[in-house]
Design a protein around this ligand. Structure first.
Ligand code: PRT
Ligand code: ZN
Length: 283
Protein backbone atom coordinates (compact mmCIF):
# COMPACT_ATOMS: atom_id res chain seq x y z
CA UNK A 1 0.00 0.00 0.00
CA UNK A 2 1.39 3.39 -1.01
CA UNK A 3 0.96 6.54 1.00
CA UNK A 4 0.83 9.89 -0.77
CA UNK A 5 1.11 13.22 1.05
CA UNK A 6 -1.03 16.03 -0.29
CA UNK A 7 -1.89 19.53 0.88
CA UNK A 8 -4.81 19.34 3.34
CA UNK A 9 -6.19 22.73 2.36
CA UNK A 10 -4.93 25.63 0.31
CA UNK A 11 -4.15 26.46 -3.27
CA UNK A 12 -2.96 23.02 -4.36
CA UNK A 13 -5.64 20.92 -2.67
CA UNK A 14 -8.45 21.17 -5.21
CA UNK A 15 -6.30 20.53 -8.30
CA UNK A 16 -4.53 17.67 -6.52
CA UNK A 17 -7.86 16.02 -5.66
CA UNK A 18 -9.08 16.47 -9.23
CA UNK A 19 -5.86 15.00 -10.69
CA UNK A 20 -6.33 12.00 -8.39
CA UNK A 21 -10.02 11.74 -9.32
CA UNK A 22 -9.19 11.81 -13.05
CA UNK A 23 -6.70 9.03 -12.36
CA UNK A 24 -9.56 7.01 -10.85
CA UNK A 25 -8.57 7.63 -7.23
CA UNK A 26 -11.21 9.01 -4.90
CA UNK A 27 -11.33 9.43 -1.16
CA UNK A 28 -13.82 10.94 1.21
CA UNK A 29 -11.74 13.30 3.24
CA UNK A 30 -13.24 14.44 6.54
CA UNK A 31 -12.45 18.05 7.45
CA UNK A 32 -10.36 16.99 10.42
CA UNK A 33 -8.86 13.71 9.36
CA UNK A 34 -5.15 13.41 8.69
CA UNK A 35 -5.32 10.22 6.68
CA UNK A 36 -7.86 8.93 4.18
CA UNK A 37 -8.12 5.55 2.53
CA UNK A 38 -8.63 5.91 -1.22
CA UNK A 39 -10.71 3.85 -3.64
CA UNK A 40 -9.59 2.93 -7.14
CA UNK A 41 -5.90 2.41 -6.34
CA UNK A 42 -4.12 0.92 -3.31
CA UNK A 43 -3.13 4.23 -1.77
CA UNK A 44 -3.70 6.22 1.42
CA UNK A 45 -3.77 10.01 1.37
CA UNK A 46 -1.87 11.81 4.11
CA UNK A 47 -3.24 15.35 4.49
CA UNK A 48 -0.56 17.80 5.56
CA UNK A 49 0.46 21.45 5.41
CA UNK A 50 2.47 21.93 2.24
CA UNK A 51 5.56 22.97 4.27
CA UNK A 52 5.68 19.50 5.86
CA UNK A 53 5.31 17.43 2.67
CA UNK A 54 8.97 17.42 1.47
CA UNK A 55 10.19 16.22 4.88
CA UNK A 56 7.43 13.61 5.22
CA UNK A 57 8.49 12.17 1.85
CA UNK A 58 12.23 12.41 2.59
CA UNK A 59 11.67 10.48 5.84
CA UNK A 60 9.46 7.88 4.19
CA UNK A 61 6.40 8.79 6.29
CA UNK A 62 4.79 9.07 2.85
CA UNK A 63 6.18 7.34 -0.26
CA UNK A 64 4.97 10.09 -2.55
CA UNK A 65 4.05 13.74 -2.24
CA UNK A 66 2.36 16.39 -4.35
CA UNK A 67 3.74 19.82 -3.49
CA UNK A 68 5.08 23.04 -5.02
CA UNK A 69 8.65 22.84 -6.28
CA UNK A 70 9.28 26.00 -4.21
CA UNK A 71 8.70 24.03 -0.99
CA UNK A 72 10.94 21.17 -2.14
CA UNK A 73 13.75 23.61 -2.99
CA UNK A 74 13.34 25.59 0.21
CA UNK A 75 13.43 22.54 2.46
CA UNK A 76 16.35 21.02 0.53
CA UNK A 77 14.69 17.66 1.23
CA UNK A 78 16.32 14.49 -0.05
CA UNK A 79 13.54 13.38 -2.41
CA UNK A 80 13.27 12.23 -6.01
CA UNK A 81 11.32 14.47 -8.37
CA UNK A 82 9.24 12.19 -10.57
CA UNK A 83 7.21 14.59 -12.69
CA UNK A 84 5.85 18.09 -13.09
CA UNK A 85 2.09 18.13 -12.75
CA UNK A 86 1.17 21.20 -14.76
CA UNK A 87 -0.71 23.19 -12.09
CA UNK A 88 0.15 25.61 -9.26
CA UNK A 89 2.45 27.58 -11.54
CA UNK A 90 4.18 30.54 -9.91
CA UNK A 91 7.64 32.03 -9.52
CA UNK A 92 9.62 33.33 -6.57
CA UNK A 93 10.90 36.79 -7.26
CA UNK A 94 12.71 39.72 -5.74
CA UNK A 95 10.56 42.85 -5.67
CA UNK A 96 11.33 46.40 -4.59
CA UNK A 97 9.22 49.51 -3.85
CA UNK A 98 8.29 51.38 -7.02
CA UNK A 99 10.22 54.52 -6.01
CA UNK A 100 13.39 52.71 -4.96
CA UNK A 101 15.59 53.84 -7.86
CA UNK A 102 16.53 50.20 -8.48
CA UNK A 103 18.88 49.66 -11.46
CA UNK A 104 20.62 46.33 -11.00
CA UNK A 105 21.06 43.47 -8.52
CA UNK A 106 23.86 45.42 -6.75
CA UNK A 107 21.10 47.53 -5.24
CA UNK A 108 20.40 44.65 -2.80
CA UNK A 109 23.83 44.96 -1.12
CA UNK A 110 23.26 46.00 2.49
CA UNK A 111 19.46 45.91 2.11
CA UNK A 112 16.91 44.06 4.28
CA UNK A 113 14.86 41.49 2.31
CA UNK A 114 11.75 39.94 3.86
CA UNK A 115 10.84 36.41 2.77
CA UNK A 116 9.34 33.05 3.70
CA UNK A 117 11.96 31.39 1.49
CA UNK A 118 15.28 32.19 3.24
CA UNK A 119 17.15 29.12 1.96
CA UNK A 120 16.41 29.74 -1.73
CA UNK A 121 17.15 33.44 -1.28
CA UNK A 122 20.43 32.96 0.52
CA UNK A 123 21.60 30.46 -2.12
CA UNK A 124 20.79 33.00 -4.84
CA UNK A 125 22.46 35.91 -3.03
CA UNK A 126 25.61 33.82 -2.48
CA UNK A 127 25.76 32.90 -6.17
CA UNK A 128 25.44 36.57 -7.08
CA UNK A 129 27.94 37.65 -4.43
CA UNK A 130 25.41 39.97 -2.81
CA UNK A 131 25.48 40.62 0.94
CA UNK A 132 21.99 41.39 2.18
CA UNK A 133 20.13 40.94 5.43
CA UNK A 134 17.43 38.25 5.13
CA UNK A 135 14.37 38.76 7.38
CA UNK A 136 12.44 35.52 7.62
CA UNK A 137 8.71 36.05 8.13
CA UNK A 138 5.72 33.81 7.49
CA UNK A 139 2.70 35.32 5.81
CA UNK A 140 2.00 38.76 4.32
CA UNK A 141 5.56 39.29 3.15
CA UNK A 142 4.36 41.88 0.64
CA UNK A 143 3.49 44.43 3.35
CA UNK A 144 6.96 44.32 4.98
CA UNK A 145 8.43 47.30 3.06
CA UNK A 146 5.37 49.51 3.73
CA UNK A 147 5.58 48.92 7.50
CA UNK A 148 9.34 49.47 7.59
CA UNK A 149 10.32 45.86 8.24
CA UNK A 150 12.38 45.55 5.07
CA UNK A 151 13.65 47.36 1.97
CA UNK A 152 12.54 44.65 -0.44
CA UNK A 153 10.82 41.27 -0.56
CA UNK A 154 11.40 37.83 -2.02
CA UNK A 155 8.05 36.11 -2.47
CA UNK A 156 5.76 34.04 -4.66
CA UNK A 157 4.32 35.87 -7.64
CA UNK A 158 1.61 34.53 -9.91
CA UNK A 159 -0.39 37.25 -11.72
CA UNK A 160 1.66 40.04 -10.13
CA UNK A 161 -1.51 41.73 -8.81
CA UNK A 162 -0.45 41.54 -5.16
CA UNK A 163 2.83 43.32 -5.92
CA UNK A 164 1.05 46.12 -7.78
CA UNK A 165 -1.44 46.55 -4.92
CA UNK A 166 1.45 46.97 -2.51
CA UNK A 167 3.42 49.43 -4.64
CA UNK A 168 6.12 46.89 -5.46
CA UNK A 169 7.87 46.02 -8.72
CA UNK A 170 9.23 42.59 -9.60
CA UNK A 171 12.90 42.95 -10.53
CA UNK A 172 14.27 39.41 -10.68
CA UNK A 173 12.57 36.04 -10.94
CA UNK A 174 14.71 33.42 -9.19
CA UNK A 175 12.75 30.15 -9.36
CA UNK A 176 9.93 28.92 -11.62
CA UNK A 177 7.70 26.60 -9.68
CA UNK A 178 4.71 24.32 -10.19
CA UNK A 179 3.26 21.32 -8.38
CA UNK A 180 5.53 18.28 -8.64
CA UNK A 181 5.26 14.61 -7.74
CA UNK A 182 8.07 13.62 -5.37
CA UNK A 183 9.08 10.21 -4.00
CA UNK A 184 11.16 8.79 -1.17
CA UNK A 185 14.55 7.68 -2.55
CA UNK A 186 15.32 3.95 -2.52
CA UNK A 187 11.77 2.53 -2.35
CA UNK A 188 11.22 -1.21 -2.83
CA UNK A 189 10.77 -2.63 -6.33
CA UNK A 190 7.13 -3.46 -5.49
CA UNK A 191 6.39 0.13 -4.54
CA UNK A 192 8.23 1.42 -7.60
CA UNK A 193 6.06 -0.78 -9.83
CA UNK A 194 2.90 0.67 -8.23
CA UNK A 195 4.29 4.19 -8.59
CA UNK A 196 4.98 3.57 -12.28
CA UNK A 197 1.31 2.68 -12.77
CA UNK A 198 0.28 5.86 -11.03
CA UNK A 199 2.73 7.97 -13.06
CA UNK A 200 1.34 6.41 -16.25
CA UNK A 201 -2.17 7.54 -15.28
CA UNK A 202 -0.97 11.04 -14.37
CA UNK A 203 1.02 11.34 -17.61
CA UNK A 204 -2.01 10.45 -19.73
CA UNK A 205 -4.09 13.09 -17.94
CA UNK A 206 -1.42 15.77 -18.27
CA UNK A 207 -0.89 14.97 -21.96
CA UNK A 208 -4.61 15.31 -22.68
CA UNK A 209 -4.85 18.83 -21.20
CA UNK A 210 -5.61 21.43 -23.82
CA UNK A 211 -6.82 18.86 -26.37
CA UNK A 212 -10.37 18.39 -27.68
CA UNK A 213 -11.95 15.49 -29.49
CA UNK A 214 -13.92 16.70 -32.51
CA UNK A 215 -16.46 14.72 -34.59
CA UNK A 216 -18.27 15.98 -37.68
CA UNK A 217 -20.10 14.96 -40.81
CA UNK A 218 -18.50 16.02 -44.05
CA UNK A 219 -19.43 15.81 -47.75
CA UNK A 220 -17.17 13.16 -49.30
CA UNK A 221 -16.01 15.68 -51.90
CA UNK A 222 -14.42 17.84 -49.15
CA UNK A 223 -12.27 15.07 -47.64
CA UNK A 224 -8.93 16.13 -49.12
CA UNK A 225 -9.43 19.71 -47.92
CA UNK A 226 -10.49 18.53 -44.46
CA UNK A 227 -7.33 16.43 -44.11
CA UNK A 228 -5.27 19.58 -44.75
CA UNK A 229 -7.14 21.46 -42.02
CA UNK A 230 -7.22 18.80 -39.32
CA UNK A 231 -4.30 17.94 -37.08
CA UNK A 232 -4.61 14.59 -35.29
CA UNK A 233 -2.66 12.16 -33.13
CA UNK A 234 -1.64 10.19 -36.24
CA UNK A 235 -4.17 11.06 -38.87
CA UNK A 236 -7.91 11.73 -38.54
CA UNK A 237 -10.34 8.79 -38.41
CA UNK A 238 -12.62 8.70 -41.47
CA UNK A 239 -15.77 6.57 -41.29
CA UNK A 240 -18.46 5.92 -43.92
CA UNK A 241 -22.04 7.07 -43.29
CA UNK A 242 -25.25 5.40 -44.48
CA UNK A 243 -25.55 8.22 -47.03
CA UNK A 244 -22.62 7.44 -49.33
CA UNK A 245 -22.06 11.13 -50.24
CA UNK A 246 -21.11 11.85 -46.63
CA UNK A 247 -18.36 10.80 -44.20
CA UNK A 248 -17.86 11.07 -40.44
CA UNK A 249 -14.49 12.45 -39.38
CA UNK A 250 -12.96 12.27 -35.87
CA UNK A 251 -9.84 14.18 -34.84
CA UNK A 252 -7.95 15.51 -31.82
CA UNK A 253 -7.38 19.27 -31.95
CA UNK A 254 -5.40 21.50 -29.55
CA UNK A 255 -7.72 23.97 -27.82
CA UNK A 256 -5.85 27.00 -29.16
CA UNK A 257 -6.55 25.95 -32.78
CA UNK A 258 -10.10 24.75 -32.16
CA UNK A 259 -12.27 27.67 -33.32
CA UNK A 260 -10.14 28.64 -36.28
CA UNK A 261 -10.20 25.03 -37.56
CA UNK A 262 -13.94 24.66 -36.96
CA UNK A 263 -14.64 27.76 -39.03
CA UNK A 264 -12.50 26.39 -41.87
CA UNK A 265 -14.31 23.04 -41.68
CA UNK A 266 -17.73 24.69 -41.75
CA UNK A 267 -16.62 26.63 -44.82
CA UNK A 268 -16.00 23.35 -46.69
CA UNK A 269 -19.39 21.94 -45.68
CA UNK A 270 -18.83 20.21 -42.30
CA UNK A 271 -22.06 19.74 -40.32
CA UNK A 272 -23.10 18.36 -36.94
CA UNK A 273 -19.77 19.28 -35.36
CA UNK A 274 -19.37 17.86 -31.83
CA UNK A 275 -16.54 18.97 -29.53
CA UNK A 276 -15.82 16.61 -26.63
CA UNK A 277 -13.56 16.95 -23.62
CA UNK A 278 -10.59 14.57 -23.63
CA UNK A 279 -9.85 13.14 -20.23
CA UNK A 280 -6.96 10.82 -20.95
CA UNK A 281 -4.53 10.03 -23.70
CA UNK A 282 -2.88 6.67 -23.26
CA UNK A 283 0.27 6.62 -25.36
O1 PRT B 1 -1.59 25.82 4.88
P1 PRT B 1 -0.43 25.48 4.03
O2 PRT B 1 0.92 25.72 4.68
O3 PRT B 1 -0.55 24.09 3.45
O4 PRT B 1 -0.54 26.43 2.75
P2 PRT B 1 0.21 27.80 2.40
O5 PRT B 1 -0.65 28.91 2.87
O6 PRT B 1 1.63 27.77 2.82
O7 PRT B 1 0.26 27.74 0.81
P3 PRT B 1 -0.84 28.11 -0.28
O8 PRT B 1 -1.99 27.18 -0.19
O9 PRT B 1 -1.10 29.56 -0.31
O10 PRT B 1 0.04 27.78 -1.59
C1 PRT B 1 0.46 26.48 -1.86
C2 PRT B 1 1.37 26.51 -3.08
O11 PRT B 1 0.68 27.05 -4.20
C3 PRT B 1 2.61 27.38 -2.98
O12 PRT B 1 3.65 26.77 -2.23
C4 PRT B 1 2.99 27.52 -4.45
O13 PRT B 1 3.70 26.39 -4.88
C5 PRT B 1 1.62 27.53 -5.14
N1 PRT B 1 1.17 28.86 -5.61
C6 PRT B 1 0.81 29.14 -6.89
C7 PRT B 1 1.03 29.98 -4.89
C8 PRT B 1 0.57 30.97 -5.76
N2 PRT B 1 0.44 30.42 -6.98
C9 PRT B 1 0.31 32.31 -5.24
N3 PRT B 1 -0.08 33.19 -6.01
N4 PRT B 1 1.22 30.25 -3.58
C10 PRT B 1 0.98 31.48 -3.11
N5 PRT B 1 0.55 32.52 -3.87
C11 PRT B 1 0.33 33.85 -3.15
C12 PRT B 1 1.62 34.63 -2.97
O14 PRT B 1 2.21 34.28 -1.74
C13 PRT B 1 1.16 36.08 -2.93
O15 PRT B 1 0.66 36.44 -1.67
O16 PRT B 1 -0.50 34.69 -3.90
C14 PRT B 1 -0.01 36.03 -3.87
C15 PRT B 1 0.51 36.47 -5.23
O17 PRT B 1 -0.41 36.21 -6.19
P4 PRT B 1 -0.56 37.20 -7.43
O18 PRT B 1 -1.44 36.45 -8.38
O19 PRT B 1 -1.21 38.45 -6.91
O20 PRT B 1 0.81 37.48 -7.99
ZN1 ZN C 1 2.59 26.40 3.76
Amino acid sequence: MLRIAIQAKGRLNEKTMSLLANAGITASVGSRSLIAHAKGFPVDLLLLRDDDIPQAVAMGTADLGIVGLNEVEEKGADVEQLMKLGFGACRISLAVPRESGYKSLDWFNGKKIATSYPAILSRFLNEQNIKADIQTITGSVEIAPAIGMSDAIFDIVSSGGTLVQNGLVEVKSVLDSEAVLIATPGLSEEKKAEINKLCFRFRSIIDSRGLKYVLMNLPKASLEQALQILPAMKSPTVLPLADSDWLSIHAVIPENLLWERIEQLKAIGAEGILVLVLENIVR
